[in-house]
Design a protein around this ligand. Structure first.
Ligand code: ADP
Length: 404
C-alpha cells in the first residue's frame, strides 16, 4: 500500500478507539508505515465481570485483567486503557487518538478534529444513532478529561457516503419530514473507504470501475462504488436497513412496524428490541446470530437463515448494479465475507447472470489476505479484502494532525 508521509516519525503512534455499548476495542499503529503494534478490547462494561485483553503484532498475549463484580463504565475503561498505554508505550509518542464515530449527520463529510464545541455539536446527532453515538462520545469525553493534550479525531461511518447522488439519499417523503434530516445516510463507510483505497494496489484496472462491496459481519451492508466513491448503499437512515444481519432484520416493509404497534400492541422499546436484537440470522434460525454456529448446524432453520441472507444479498446486488449501470467487480469483506467459503460460493452462483464466474479452488484457498476468487474468464471479478477500518481511522487521524 502507498504510505503517504503524514509526518509520523518511527516512534510516533496513533491510537484507534472503537467504542460500542458494552465494549471498547483499541488498536495502536506505529511509525510512517502504520505498523500494527498492539490491539485489544475491554468487554462487559456495566454488567458482570469486565474483561481486558490485548495482543501484540504477532498475536501474542500482551495483557489481561478482569474486574469481578465491579464492572467498569466507559470512563473507567478509558482511564485503565490510558494507564496501560502509558506503561506499554515507553518511548513512544502518541500523536493522535482516532475514534470510530457512527454518525456525522449531514455536515461531517470527512474526519474532524474533536474539541468541546464539535462534541457539543455531535451530541445533537444522538437521536439519529441513539444506540451507538452516546458510547462513541463517552470515550471521546473520557480522553478529553484524562489526556487533554492528545489531539482526537472523529472518523464517521457515514462520511464516505455523503457524496452519493441526491436521489440515492432520498426517501419519498414530504420535505417537511426530509428537511429534518430524515434521509438515507449509509454506514460501514470506513470499511468501504479502506477497500476503495486498496483497489489501485491489487487491481489497478478496477480503480475507475464499478464495484459492489459487501461488508458481511455481525452488522452487514453493501455499497456500490464508482471510481472509489460511494454511489449507493443498503443501509439507510439507520444501520437496521438493508441486509439481514446477526440480530437485525434488514429491509422491512414499514407497514410491518405499524402492524406490530396497532395490532400486536407493541411499544417502541419492544419493536426496537425485535428489529435490532431478535431478528436476522438469530430470529430466523432460532439458534444463533453467529454464522459459524449456523454453518455447523444440521437444523434446517439454520440453513433457512443462511439462504435468506444469500437471497437478500443477491437482490441487493442487482439493485446496486442498477445504480451503477453495470458491474465490474464484487468484493467480500467482514467476518462472514472473509471466512465463509459457502456464503461466497452461493452469492457468486446467484450472480452468474451478472457475469460472475467463481474459481472454486481459489475460493476455498482464501487465507486471510486479499485474494481474487473469480475465474480468469469471469466478466465480473470477485475479490476478498479483509476489513481494516482501524487502519483507515489511523491514517485519517495522522493525516489530520500532520496537516495542522
Ligand atoms: P463485527 O461486525 O462484530 O466486527 P465480524 O466482522 O467479526 O463482526 O464478523 C462476525 C461474523 O463472522 C460472525 O457471524 C461469525 O460467525 C462470522 N465468521 C467468523 N469466522 C467465520 C468462519 N470461519 N466461517 C464462517 N463465518 C465466520
Amino acid at each position: 500500500m502507498n504510505a503517504p508521509n503524514h509526518g509520523l516519525a518511527p516512534d510516533d503512534a496513533v491510537v484507534v478507539i472503537n467504542a460500542g455499548s458494552s465494549s471498547i476495542k483499541f488498536s495502536l499503529f506505529r511509525g510512517p508505515d502504520f505498523s500494527p503494534e498492539l490491539k485489544g478490547k475491554v468487554e462487559n462494561l456495566y454488567a458482570g465481570t469486565t474483561r481486558f485483553s490485548a495482543s501484540d503484532a504477532q498475536g501474542h498475549p500482551a495483557g489481561e485483567r478482569t474486574w469481578a463484580d465491579a464492572p467498569l463504565d466507559h470512563e473507567g475503561a478509558m482511564r485503565f486503557l490510558i494507564d496501560h498505554a502509558e506503561e506499554h508505550l515507553q518511548g513512544m509518542n502518541v500523536r493522535a487518538v482516532g475514534h470510530r464515530i457512527v454518525h456525522g449527520g449531514v455536515h461531517y463529510s470527512g474526519p474532524q478534529l474533536l474539541d468541546g464545541a464539535v462534541l457539543d455539536d455531535l451530541e445533537k446527532l444522538i437521536p439519529l444513532a441513539p444506540l451507538h453515538l452516546p458510547h462513541n462520545l463517552a470515550s471521546v469525553r473520557a480522553v478529553l478529561a484524562l489526556a487533554p493534550q492528545v489531539p482526537q479525531v472523529a472518523c464517521f461511518d457515514t462520511a464516505f457516503h455523503t457524496g452519493q447522488p441526491a436521489l440515492a439519499q432520498a426517501f419519498a417523503l414530504p420535505p417537511s419530514i426530509t428537511g429534518r434530516g430524515i434521509r438515507r445516510y449509509g454506514f460501514h463507510g470506513l470499511s468501504y473507504e479502506y477497500i476503495a483505497s486498496r483497489v489501485p494496489d491489487f487491481a489497478p484496472a478496477l480503480a475507475g470501475g464499478r464495484i459492489v462491496a459487501a461488508h458481511l459481519g455481525n452488522g452487514a451492508s453493501m455499497c456500490a462504488m464508482h471510481a472509489g466513491r460511494s454511489v449507493a448503499s443498503t443501509m439507510g437512515f439507520t444501520a437496521v436497513d438493508g441486509l439481514p444481519m446477526g440480530t437485525r432484520c434488514g429491509a422491512l416493509d414499514p407497514g410491518v412496524v405499524l402492524y406490530l404497534i396497532d395490532e400486536l400492541g407493541m411499544d417502541v422499546a419492544a419493536v426496537q428490541r425485535l428489529l435490532y436484537q431478535e431478528s436476522g440470522l438469530l430470529g430466523v434460525s432460532g439458534i444463533a446470530a453467529d454464522m459459524r454456529t449456523l454453518e455447523a448446524s444440521v437444523d434446517p432453520r439454520a440453513q433457512l437463515a443462511i439462504d435468506l441472507l444469500v437471497y437478500r444479498i443477491g437482490r441487493e446486488l442487482g439493485s446496486l448494479a442498477a445504480a451503477l449501470g453495470g458491474l465490474d467487480a464484487l468484493v467480500f469483506s467482514g467476518g462472514i465475507g472473509e471466512n465463509s467459503v459457502a456464503v461466497r460460493a452461493a452469492v457468486c452462483r446467484d450472480a452468474a447472470w451478472l457475469g460472475v464466474t467463481l474459481d472454486e479452488s481459489a475460493n476455498g484457498a482464501v487465507g486471510g489476505g486479499i485474494a481474487r476468487i473469480s475465474a480468469a474468464s469471469s466478466k465480473v471479478a470477485a475479490w476478498v479484502v479483509p476489513a481494516n477500518e482501524e487502519l483507515m481511522i489511523a491514517r485519517h487521524a495522522a493525516a489530520l494532525v500532520g496537516a495542522q
